[in-house]
Design a protein around this ligand. Structure first.
Ligand SMILES: Nc1ncnc2c1ncn2[C@@H]1O[C@H](COP(=O)(O)OP(=O)(O)OP(=O)(O)O)[C@@H](O)[C@H]1O
Ligand SMILES: [Mg+2]
Length: 249
């Protein structure tokens, strides 16, 4: 379980996250939604240890990250993996080399063992055939699948996805959603999906947290979301309507 209690975070004088209190249960996909600039990535950065709250508490499995030793913090963060929005891959390396990189850094595996492990992970994301392509030859959807395979090379207990489908067309988006569900089922990790796309959140999650201007304005399941009286939430979940009109010159 990940729990935040009254977490504040800011840059200089500007408060970006305000009094955040939320719970992320184990073994499920929790979706964190909110418009651009609402603080989603900033929240992820705090959770994975890339930044520290100005005040408040973060608990991971009942350990208080703010008060535990650096060694314990490192052990906790070692069990987390993050899939960045742009994949954060090495363009000049091949698909399999990217996936093997964390294993190369963390284990003493030989070249052939690294290759074998990377192929297993690529199998998981259905990209084994692409193992020898360099990243600059991969499509956006393929890159995201490589990034997911690489994230699993860390054997995470908690995985964070930052906007994994934002840059993708609807077909590629569906494939990534299917993949997130498949790996969730196979590896039973705790997943946190950050997105501003309701369609993505609806496909992979039944627990939703909404951020608005750095504050949590909603936490609940789909029924609670659809019946929310909050006008901002209602605007966010409104189905698209066709308002196109021919403009007179
Ligand atoms: N390094 C920084 N210094 C100052 N302000 C920052 C910094 N990083 C982010 N911010 C500000 O924090 C706010 C939240 O940014 P954040 O990246 O968390 O939003 P987001 O919800 O992830 O948006 P998006 O959907 O566009 O990715 C924004 O107003 C942004 O300008
Ligand atoms: Mg972001």
């Amino acid at each position: 379980m990940i729990s935040l209690r009254n977490v504040n975070f800011g840059y200089d004088d500007t408060l970006i996250l305000k009094n955040i209190t939320l719970d992320i249960p184990d073994g499920e996909v929790t979706a964190i939604l909110g418009e651009s600039g609402s603080g989603k990535t900033t929240l992820l950065r705090l959770l994975v240890g890339l930044a520290s709250p100005t005040s408040g508490e973060i608990y991971i499995n009942n350990r208080n990250l703010m008060t535990c030793s650096e060694e314990v913090q490192r052990q906790i963060h070692d069990k987390m993996s993050i899939v960045f929005q742009d994949g954060a891959l090495f363009d000049s390396l091949t698909v399999w080399e990217n996936v093997a990189f964390p294993l190369y850094e963390r284990t003493g595996l030989s070249f052939s063992e690294l290759r074998r492990e990377a192929e297993k992970l690529l199998e998981m994301v259905n990209l084994r055939e692409a193992a020898d392509l360099t990243i600059d030859r991969c499509s956006g959807g393929m890159r995201m699948r490589v990034a997911i395979a690489r994230a699993f090379a860390y054997y995470p207990e908690i995985i964070f996805y930052d906007e994994p489908t934002t840059a993708l067309d609807p077909i590629a988006r569906d494939r990534i959603c299917d993949l997130i569900q498949k790996v969730q089922f196979e590896r039973s990790v705790t997943s946190v999906l950050v997105t501003h796309q309701l369609s993505t959140a609806f496909r992979v999650s039944n627990r939703f947290i909404f951020l608005h201007k750095g504050e949590v304005i909603f936490e609940g399941d789909v029924d609670e979301l659809m019946t929310s009286k909050n006008t901002y939430i209602q605007r966010f979940i409104k189905p698209p309507s066709r308002t196109y009109r021919v403009m007179k010159p």
